[in-house]
Design a protein around this ligand. Structure first.
Ligand SMILES: [Zn+2]
Length: 241
């Protein structure tokens, strides 16, 4: 049985993951099921904000001696991750995206981890510059991915996150992969669309703008000036780095 670490509220205002883990802790005892969970950004969670000084998910690998809280916290979390075999970082978005995996660092073992979660949609979101300061999952010393779920703060997001995390824990205990959707799709984020929010866009529904066809992602996001991220569908065996 792999030891799993779940991180919730890496962004302090994405609270569904914390609620889900508190519920699951009561139903599936952590010691028996071989997992632990930790709040990523404790200060931002207390204040119900995305972050306090800078985005924790753009602060890894971090520095334990930094004057910036999130940079220190990133280093602590990376160090804590060494005690586990896999790490799942739970996120939420305003967008009605359903639940997907995000793979910030598409190595063969991280792709395999994403597949083992049994979710039908998997998003590779890798950027070269994140090697210096990037997502927690990219810099973990063990295989690590994110679950992204929206719209955050809704029953739908709680239920989807709860079901995905529960299935993952139970499958891990029985030593099997999750038997999920057979239609597993991989997408690759390759750019972003700038401008004002476009209510016509739907995540994962092919769209065309200015002669370019792409799949939108996070089309109801909170990033000012970004309409959505642009994705292409991809064969998962072509993106190992
Ligand atoms: Zn997030």
């Amino acid at each position: 049985m792999r030891k799993i670490l779940f991180i919730a509220a890496t962004h302090g205002n994405e609270r569904d993951g914390v609620k889900v883990m508190r519920q699951l802790e009561k139903e599936l005892p952590k010691e028996k099921y071989g997992y632990d969970c930790i709040i990523g950004n404790e200060k931002a969670f207390s204040a119900n904000t995305r972050f306090t000084e800078q985005d924790l998910n753009r602060s890894a690998p971090g520095d334990i001696n930094s004057s910036i809280y999130e940079v220190r916290r990133a280093a602590e979390l990376i160090e804590y991750g060494k005690n586990f075999d896999v790490v799942i970082d739970l996120h939420g978005t305003k967008t009605d995206s359903g639940i997907v995996t995000i793979i910030p660092y598409p190595t063969e073992e991280n792709i395999r981890l994403a597949k083992s979660a049994g979710l039908s949609r998997n998003v590779v979101w890798y950027s070269e510059k994140s090697k210096i300061a990037g997502p927690l999952a990219q810099h973990m010393p063990v295989p690590a991915i994110e679950f992204e779920c929206g719209p955050k703060g809704t029953k739908k997001a709680f239920d989807l996150t709860y079901a995905a995390v529960r299935r993952f824990i139970e499958a891990n205990r029985s030593g099997q992969e999750v038997c999920g959707d057979k239609n597993v799709e991989f997408y690759n984020v390759y750019g972003k669309l700038y401008g004002e929010h476009d209510p016509a866009l739907r995540d994962f529904v092919l769209t065309e703008k200015g002669g370019e066809s792409f799949y939108p992602f996070l089309s109801g996001n909170e990033y000012s000036g970004i309409v959505c991220y642009k994705m292409e569908k991809t064969e998962n065996d072509k993106m190992f780095i």
